[in-house]
Design a protein around this ligand. Sequence first.
Ligand code: SF4
Length: 393
Amino acid sequence: MSGAHAERAHALLSASGSSRWLKCTPSVQLEQEFEETTSEFAEEGTAAHELSELFLQLHFEQINKRTFTRRLNKFKKENEHYSEGMEEYVKTYVDVVIERANESFSVASDAQVLLEQRLDFSQWVPDGFGTGDVVIVGDGTLEVIDLKYGKGVPVSAEGNTQMRLYALGALNQYGILYDIETVRMTIVQPRLDSISTDEIDVDELLTWADEIVKPKAEMAANGDGEFCAGDHCRFCRAKHVCKARADANLEMAKYDFRNPNLLTHEEIGQILHEAEELKRWAQDVQNYALIQAESHGEKFPGWKLVEGRSNRKYTDEEAVPKTLLAEGYAEEEIYKPREILGISAMEKAIGKKRFKELLSELVIKPSGKPTLVPESDKRPELNSVESAVEDFS
Ligand code: SF4
């Protein structure tokens, strides 16, 4: 295993942050004032990438079966994030890569599959580089494939700037050796059952790189341009205290109501959209203030740090039943009935494949509670109150 997943170097103008710095160019310099942090989810993603690389290396004969088994056993033993569930999700992604590679071999026998490739797109972005999970290159088409192990935020390949920058890096490297006309970009998000692919002509990609990326990247590197808040603030390190984001949200809250007494349906529709970002922003500010107060003793006018509410707990869980049983209480009185694992936890414990084999007949998915979502959501619309009620009952 390359072992480089956790230490993947990060460029200042990273491909993964490009959707942000392309829209809000000064964010890159502002972010430097805040420490980069990692999360449990990021570590889990790193583990999934390591595991997938191992399976891909075996399939594409970069390691032999013996090395694979030794490394896999070591990974299982040492990586706390490993589970059979993870292995199955990773295999779904590996299958997609193999399928795409086979497609490419069928049209170009000299096609190449490159794993964990450093991709240099510094021709357009100062010091720009990233690591592509998989690059498949053959005559005619170049494909970049990325595993996203997270399931919190769905990520589409369509117009995805990170994937486009990786594609530029790959084109830069292999465009001389192969006659590439089209670039395909695929994101596999196995835990959301999602495979999304976008395609772009090489000429169109290069025009985007020259006319949009290059000038914006230069501005971003110099800290120039206007702050611009939006969805992209979600992963910005300055999001908790950024003035531009606060101004945008406060501006949003100063709604200009047409009817001074009652909201119209259009106004409610707009507020529902804006409420999502307002909620996220308020939560970010609350989290930030708590960390500052707790860890750095900071004070915020009108607020104080107090002990949160807590629940009583036993000091010795073995002594409690002993005491009660000795007093003549029956086991059924003092113990909870045994509880079966929930569906996701069970899938994680026994693996998705075994779960399907053994339990698929014993699982149903009841209709969900009606919920209001933006029109862009992929779920079909419930037609009416009656049909919602009917479906529900
Ligand atoms: S929080 Fe949003 S507006 Fe502020 S710097 Fe970051 S991306 Fe720009």
